[in-house]
Every structure is written in C-alpha cells, then in structure tokens.
Design a protein around this ligand. Structure first.
Ligand SMILES: Nc1ncnc2c1ncn2[C@@H]1O[C@H](COP(=O)(O)OP(=O)(O)OP(=O)(O)O)[C@@H](O)[C@H]1O
Length: 647
C-alpha cells in the first residue's frame, strides 16, 4: 500500500521552507505550543493573537510611528510661519530658526523611519517564524493516515507558498500599516488645525475610497484563495513528477508529454490569477492618485477666489503649507490603500494556514502518559479491532496475540489480509478502534510517544534515506553514536565493506531517497540504522522485491543479526523466515485463522500448509536457493492449532 513510504519512522528532514533569503533576524527559539483543540476564533482575531505575543514590541512600534507622524507634520507649520510671518516681517533670525527647525524635523523623521522599519520587521519575522514552526510541528504530530490521504506537495505548498505569502504582508506591510496610519492621522489632525474648511473639502473624498476598497478586498480574497490552490497544485506536480520515482514512472509509461501538458494548463491558470490579482484595484489606485493631485488645485482655487474677492479667508502661507501637507498624505494614503488590498489577500492565505492548524491530531499523548525506562519487549494484542475509516469494514477484527519478549512471530496471509496494519498498530502509527495493544503490559496509549518509538523499531520494505551522507543517515537512528559504533552496526548489517570501499566512505551522499545505492544496499543501511537505534521490539516488513540470491542472503543475514535477542514481528515473505519463527500467525481478511510453529501448521494441513507447499500461490517465496516444497518438508511435523475465523 502507498503508505509504506513512511519508512523506519524516519521523517524527511525539512530543509527549505519559506525562507526567501532575507537577512536573518534573531527570533524566538521556542516553538509555541500547538493547541490540541481546534481554534474557533474568527481568522482576524487569530491573526491579531499572533501579534499579541509581542505586545511590548508592538507598543514600541506604535510609539515610534506616532512620533514619526508628529515630526512629519511639523514642517508645514514651520513653512506657514515662514511665509505668513517671517517673510513679510523680513525677520532673518526667525527665518533661520524656522528653516533650521524644518531640517531637524526632516532628520528626526528619517531616523524614526529607520527605527519603525526595524521594529516592524522584527515583529513580523518573529510572528512568521512562530507560525512556520507551529505549522511544521503540528503537521509532524499528524498520523500516518493523514499523510496517506494528503497529496504530496500540498503541505510543502502550505508552508512555502502560504506562510511565505503572508510573510511579506506581516513583515513589511504590518510595519507600513502602523507607520502610515499614524502619519495619515497626524496629517488629518494637523490639516484640521491648520484650516478646518480646507480639511473638510479634502476629507469629503475619503468615504468613496473606503467603499471601493472594501468591495475590492472581497474580490482580492477570492483571487488569492484560487491562486494559492493553483500554487499547491503546481507544487504537488513538481513533487510527484520531478522525483526519482515520478520520473521513472512517467518515462516508462510514456506519460511525460501528458504531465507537461497538465503542468502547462495549471501554470496558465496560475498566470491568469496572478494577472487578475495584479490588476484588481489598479483603477482605484489610479483614481486616488489623480484625486490627490487634483486636491491642491482645488485648495488654490478656493483660496484664490476668496483672495480675488478681497476676503482673506485663507492666508497664502496656509494654502502653500496645506498643499505641502497634502503631499505628505500621498505616500501614506497610497500605502494604506494598497495595504488594505494586501491584508485582504493575506487573510485568504491565513485561512489556508489555519485550516492546517485546525486539522485534528489523532495520535495524541495523554497528559498522564508514562515513560518506559527498561522495556523487555513483551507485546500483546488484546481483542484488537481496527478500521481505516468509520464507514469502512474492520480491517482487523478480534485480534488476540501474545508475542513474548525475545521471540519471533511471523505474520503470513494473502495480500490485503492486514499484516502491515498489525505492524502499524505495534508502532502506534494508528490506534485500535477496539481492544488494546500492550507493551510490557501497558496500553500503548498510556505511554509517552517517545517511549513507544524508543521501544519499537519499524523496518519497512521501501527504505527511506534522506539526501545526506551515509553517516548522517545512520546517526538519525542514534545521534550520539560514535564512529566505532556506526562501523560495528554496518558490519553487522553486512554493508561496512561496501561503504568503506567508496572514495568518500561514510561521507558519501546517498542521493535523493538513497537512490545512489541499490535496493539491497539501502535495506542494509536501514538495518544498520536500526541496529544503532537498538529497540527491544522490531517490526520487520520483509522485502518482496526481487533481490538476487547473493544480495538476498546478505540482507537476510543482516536481518537475522538485527532480530537477535529482540521481540520480532515479521511480516514474512520468505519461507526461510517463517520456518524458524517461534510462532506463525496466519491472517485472513483481518482475522487470525491459524497459529503455531511451522511443523504444527504443516501437520494441521490447513491454510498455512497449502501456502507453504505452494498449493496456494503467490503469498511468499522461498529463501535463496530453496523451493517451497523443500522448505516445508524440512521439519518433522508437530501439532498445530487452528483458530476459528470468528474466534
Ligand atoms: N490508509 C488506508 N485507508 C484505507 N484502507 C487501507 C489503508 N491502508 C490499507 N488499507 C486496506 O486495509 C487492508 C489491509 O492492508 P494491509 O496493508 O495491512 O495488508 P497486508 O496484509 O499488509 O497486504 P500486503 O501483503 O499486500 O502488504 C487492505 O484491504 C487495504 O486496502
């Protein structure tokens, strides 16, 4: 089944997330705790909650922005004083003071601008860092089933494209939001103080812009959602199509052109959405820009008409200073309006991020969960039933099984009979729907998750190695292992000589998913990794893939070495493994139908005997150089136990 590529419990290390090569900013180190319950707050409140964690820095930012706003409106007042008072009075000293004041205000404004940008970026980067880590750690807690049903590439897209998408808004735009809002407010207040009549004329246009911006916001959100969905599609296609397995499949199936066509269609749809996103609101921005340039003309018109009729309602200094102040409004007003649109866009992205964070975690650690300091490895299934979904039939039903510490149990049965699922239950990759799985008499659900992963090791057919050196891959099993221990594990796994003969030895990079090595070599590296990890319980999903006799012997020797002294549950595909097992369990459609030793079951002459002698084809193969009939006949018969299917 497709879920097998979870491999040895080794998650893919997350290498590239949404980092966009920006200058590093020191950010908080501790990931925030992910809430166990879904958050029911509306998205906007959840977004503001992200910032609330940094309220001190936010307060500093607001303070700096208010100071900046105030400093920016000082100059027009000084300008008015120069025109209306200092120039008519020809007061050189006053002119110097006022002009000097304008220079100081400009310098202070520049300095405060840098401080607000720094503060805003600091807050933004911290918020983004926390959000990225929160999404990553939440996804890490999701169970195997979640990953089986989630399309590859989708999650990468959520972290890279969605979190990356809001990053710009949060890091840069949140800064300018505060900065520009305070600047615009300062200009508004100053305009009212300077001339309330002119201010009211100018403010009349504001509601029109607000209405248009609200309408556009809705439009933008829709476009953004669609665009992020299309980005996720493209990421998934890259992930699926441009991987070793995807490339092999598309090339050998002759589907390269079809895949390229699908990619082209998706890419075109994305380009359309990008165009729509870029153009939506442009007319509004242009109208606003035109209006802002028209307003000074209106100011001079009103002031000029009054002056022409002999009524000095507005002084020349006021008119000049007022228009200069309006110029200071152009920047903040443009930024605020663009900002509104960007916030709308990012709310759609936040929505997608919150969707991921709200996915319930199905394998949870109880607050009272226990450690397991020295597990012996006694495994018991107590009336276990399991199904993959509530509306599906039971995949496993009424499974009672005892695997005493240090013994080997072989699971055999037709394909789809539930053998792999038994392995998942022992590793707590899934929880039973009925009954309990126990290690050393303790229900796995009462153990800490690290206690389970410390006690149970899973070696699957499809070995997962990540793109790093042999040594780094081996250390993943036990980070504190010494070079001697690594080499001893590799010797036991019959892979040391090969690794040592490579030019870079243990520093050889294994390639994407370990494809620099052959299937048998990859398996032996995974076995060495498990030897280093040294769990008392081992779940072995033996490879069915055809290995040549010599490789198979080497892998088998490595597996024997690995199983020695451990409780082993082997999903057996080789008769040689099954024959020597302390107990053989035959599964049929999720139920145990026979159990006993090889000779017991041969004597019984039931399902196992038919499978072992080749009367039922296709379940497992003989070991290297053996035939099934030879194998089956190798042991004298003893008594077996047949379990009734409904037992
Ligand atoms: N994630 C899943 N969602 C739904 N059904 C699943 C899932 N994984 C497995 N199944 C079903 O559960 C049943 C048991 O699967 P399982 O992989 O345990 O069988 P198996 O005996 O290991 O088969 P094989 O020998 O082919 O590996 C199968 O019918 C399979 O289709």
């Amino acid at each position: 089944m497709s879920s097998r590529d979870t491999h040895d419990g080794a998650p893919q290390p997350h290498r590239s997330t949404a980092g966009r090569g920006r200058r590093a900013v020191r950010v908080a180190d501790d990931p925030p705790a992910t809430p166990a319950e879904p958050d029911v707050r509306p998205p906007l409140r959840r977004v503001t909650a992200l910032f609330r964690r940094h309220r001190r820095w936010v307060a500093a930012l607001v303070l700096a922005a208010c100071l900046l706003g105030a400093v920016n409106v000082v100059s027009p007042f000084l300008l008015r004083a120069i025109i209306d008072r200092a120039l008519p009075d020809k007061n050189a000293a006053l002119i110097s003071y006022l002009a000097g004041g304008m220079i100081v205000a400009a310098l202070a404004g520049a300095g405060l601008g840098v401080v607000t940008t720094w503060l805003a970026n600091l807050i933004g980067q911290r918020v983004m860092h926390e959000l990225r880590v929160e999404v990553f750690t939440h996804l890490q807690r999701m169970s195997l089933l979640y990953y089986v049903r989630t399309r590859p590439g989708e999650l990468q897209s959520r972290i890279a494209n969605d979190v990356g998408g809001v990053e710009n808004v949060v890091a840069n735009t949140a800064a300018s939001a505060v900065q520009n809002a305070t600047s615009a407010a300062a200009v508004g207040v100053a305009a009212l103080v300077m001339s309330w009549k002119l201010a009211l004329i100018c403010l009349a246009v504001v509601p029109l812009f607000l209405l248009a911006a609200i309408r556009l916001g809705g439009q933008r959100r829709g476009i953004a959602r669609r665009r992020q969905g299309q980005l996720a599609n493209l990421t998934a296609m890259v992930e699926e199509g441009l991987s070793v397995a995807g490339m092999l499949l598309s090339t050998t199936m002759g589907r390269r052109a079809a895949l390229a066509q699908r990619f082209t269609t998706e890419s075109r749809a994305l380009a359309d959405s990008e165009m729509r996103a870029a153009m939506s609101g442009k007319w509004l921005l242009s109208t606003r820009r035109a209006s802002l340039t028209m307003v000074p003309a209106v100011v001079y018109w009103v002031a000029g008409l009054a002056f022409a009729h002999g009524a000095v309602v507005i002084s020349i200094g006021t008119a000049v200073a007022f228009t200069s102040m309006l110029n200071r409004l152009v920047g903040p007003a443009s930024a605020l309006q663009g900002l509104g649109l960007q916030v709308s866009t990012s709310m759609a992205l936040f929505g997608r991020i919150f969707e991921v964070l709200d996915e319930p975690v199905d394998i949870v650690e109880k607050p009272t969960a226990r450690a397991l300091p020295a597990p012996t490895g006694d495994v018991r299934f107590d009336g276990v039933g399991f199904r993959y979904a509530d509306d599906q039939p039971w995949t496993l039903d009424s499974i009672d099984l005892h695997v005493p510490a240090g013994t080997t149990t072989a699971l055999v049965g037709e394909t789809g009979s539930g053998k792999t699922t038994v392995g998942y239950l022992v590793s707590r990759l899934v929880d039973p729907g009925r009954g309990a799985v126990l290690i050393d008499g303790i229900d796995l659900r009462d153990l800490r998750l690290d206690a389970v992963s410390g006690a149970v090791g899973l070696v699957s057919q499809d070995t997962y190695l990540f793109h790093d050196t042999v040594r780094a891959n081996l250390l993943f099993g036990r980070p504190d292992a010494t070079q001697d221990q690594i080499e001893a594990a590799c010797r036991a796994a019959r892979i040391h000589d090969l690794v040592a003969s490579l030019p870079d030895g243990y520093d050889t990079v294994v390639g994407a998913r370990g494809h620099r090595f052959s299937g048998g070599e990859r398996q032996r590296l995974a076995i060495a990794r498990m030897i280093l990890r040294d769990p008392p319980v081992l779940v072995l999903d033996e490879a069915t893939s055809a290995l040549d006799n010599e490789t198979e012997r080497a892998v088998q020797a490595a597996l024997d070495e690995l199983s020695r002294g451990r409780t082993t549950i082997a999903i057996a595909h080789r008769l040689s493994t099954v024959r020597h097992a302390d107990q053989i369990v035959v599964l049929d459609r999720g139920r145990i139908v026979e159990r006993g030793t090889h000779s017991d079951l041969i004597t019984l002459g039931g399902r196992y005997a038919r499978l072992a002698t080749g009367a039922d084809p296709g379940v497992w193969g003989a070991g290297p150089g053996e035939t099934r009939a030879d194998e089956a006949a190798a042991d004298p018969p003893r008594t077996g136990v047949r379990s009734r299917p409904d037992q």
